[in-house]
Structures are given as C-alpha cells and as structure tokens.
Design a binder for this molecule. Sequence first.
Ligand code: NIG
Ligand code: FE
Length: 408
Amino acid sequence: MELIGPFSQILPLTNLPLKGALHDEQLLAIEHGGVVTDGGRILEVGDFKALQRQYPDCDVTHITVPSVLLPGFIDCHTHICFDGSRNRDYAMRIAGKSYLEIARAGGGIWDSVMKTRAADQETLMNNTVARANRHLHEGVTTIEVKSGYGLNLEGELNMLRAIQDAASHTKATLIPTCLAAHMRPKDFEGSEEAYLNWIITSLLPLIQSEQLAHRVDVFIEETAFTSGPAKHFLQQAADMGFAATVHADQFSTGGTAVAVAAGALSADHLEASDDAAIALLAAADIVAVVLPGASLGLGMHYAPARKLLNAGATVAIASDWNPGSAPMGDLLLQAAVLSAAEKLSTAEVFAALTTRAAKALQLHHIGQLAPGFLADMQAYPCADYRDILYYQGKMKPTRVWKEGERIK
Ligand code: NIG
Ligand code: FE
C-alpha cells in the first residue's frame, strides 16, 4: 500500500457524464490531494492530510514540487505497428501534390503495406514497443493498435502476433484490432465483396483461434470499402463475436450510418460528417472519435467536435498515429490544438482522452482516479491544471505510473 502526495491538484475525472458538452466546474479538482494505491489499483483519493491520518502505517511517497495528477490518457485509435517511412508522401503533399499523384508515385497505404510485409515479426514488435513506450512516457497508458498493413494471411497474422508480443514487452496496455479491411490489396484478385468475405472465412477464424484480437475495423470510403459490403462484413464479424469500430466520414459521408446500424463501439475520423451524421452519432450509444493528428498530417479541416458535443455525442480524441496521414503521434499536442480550433473546454478534452476513450474500448476500470480503478496516473509540473492545455502539449508529465508502478 502506498500513499502518494500531496499534489497541488488532483483531477479524478469521476462522475463526468459520458455524453455531451462539459464545463470546467465539473472537473471538481481536489487541492492538496493524495492517492492511496494497493496492488496496482486505487484504494482511495482525497485530502492528503486526511489520508495520512486514515492510513498511518502506509508507505508515503512525498511530492515536494508543484504537481497536477490526472488519470493516464487512453489513445483509442492508432496504427503504430508498421515499418518504413512515408516522408516522400508527406514532402509531395506539402509541395501541393494530389492524393492521386502521390499514389501514382508509389505512395499511400499500399507503400506501407509493402514495407510492413517485408519486415519480420521481431522488427514490427520492436517498432511497436518503441512507439508505445514513447506514448507511455507522455502519459498515455492504454493504446489501441490496429493491423491493416499486412492485407494477406501472413502479413495480417505477422502484425497481430507482433502486437501481441509487444504487449508483453511494454508496460503500456495494448488493445489489438484487426484492420484487414483497410483497403483491397492490389494483389488480391477479386471484388471488394470477395476480399471482405475472405477476411470473414479465412482470416478471422485464425485470429480467433490464436486470440490475437476481438475487434475489427473497416475503412469506409469510395477508395476503400463501400457502405453495403462494409455493413454486411460488420454483421458477419459481429456474428462471430467481434466488436466493431469504423473509419467513417473521413473524406465523404456514409460511414457513420453504417457504424451506427452495425452497433459499432465507435465511428472514427468524421472530418466530413454533416448534420445528419452528427444527429445519428448523438442519438446512438457510440463514441465519436476525432483524430486531429490526421487533419494536421493531411493539412485538412478538423472533425466537427464542437457540433458533436453540442448535439449530445460522446466525443473521444485519439492520435491515429500512422506512417501516412498522422506521423506525429503526440496525443496531448493534437488534443490541445484541436481544443483551440474547435473551442473545446478543458473538461471536454480531458474526458475525451480518458473516460470517453475508455468507453470506445469497452474498458471499465481505467480513465478515472476512483477506488477500484487501475492506478494508471500521470503528474504534470504545474500547480494549476489549466497550464496543461495552455502550453499546447509542450509540457509533458514528469511522472507516470502504470498500475501503481512508477515508470517515469
Ligand atoms: O486512419 N484512413 C485510413 N487509414 C489511415 C491512414 C493510413 C495510412 O495512410 O497509412 C488513417 O488515417
Ligand atoms: Fe486510422
């Protein structure tokens, strides 16, 4: 048992509604707070001196500098298992080349598929661990990781095995998702329906028997998979017991309606979501995941996070860290920049990085500093929580705990 404190402020982020707009008064910061942890979980959060009296025999870790404690962040959408760079795509894009010109020059998702297929499992594992650890040091304690740069049996299994292996080589929690439906691979002979059917009949049974993932994702877009086949695919995957998430409305609408109809846990991207899509997301039990890192990487507008919250949606913010559209991988910076552009309150941003992201991953024991929750925590070197977004991601946590263990 360990008592840690006193912190200048603790933001427990408990009792925040999952849906809709939030005000900073709802953060209920605890001044001069302490946390008691036991066996990797939180036992109690409250006034430091009161906890000292209540637990007189407890080991005490004294915090002697200004410090604000938050739950660890949750990045509910990443593609951090890949090999190779797409810096050529990026240089062409900022020089004004179009998507088609970049694809014709050998860029795009397919370039990462070629590079990732050529990498062995150990290389992919090491790459994933390195990126997960960078996230962990920046306070991100749980990370969703997608496949989707294999797109054949060997390639997808290689990625998912690498992710599984990576999970035992990092302290961060990794949640794997099968994104074989990222695009129809150029070397697959057959229609999009035939490819999706191949995933259902040949790939998912193996993923299930090796317990490599219990989630699937599909990229719905004219250049990837269209709504009808994608909907059928999600229904079949659900019948097999897979939970679903969708790359929806990135460039054109349509994906959100499929995600909602299929009962997906989340619809992610949403840059192109119109009022009808926003209304659907607000009415359904689904998390709207916005990905400002992809907007920054592609030089395009942000998803309508403010409108989504005003309509009553559950909004999470994730990094989309991937080699193509979102190479930066700095979740806090991206969330801070989004909040300035979209006018999100600090409470909305912190909820989007914790409790609301936990919902997207169906994880019920993280994202809050409350009794029984995992002691995944991060402390920032300031006395006022407002400094965290004020410095727009430049101020990083100086201490990070994963299940009670200090890793930074
Ligand atoms: O989430 N939108 C589709 N997939 C990724 C991009 C992947 C890539 O370009 O390699 C995304 O942005
Ligand atoms: Fe993505």
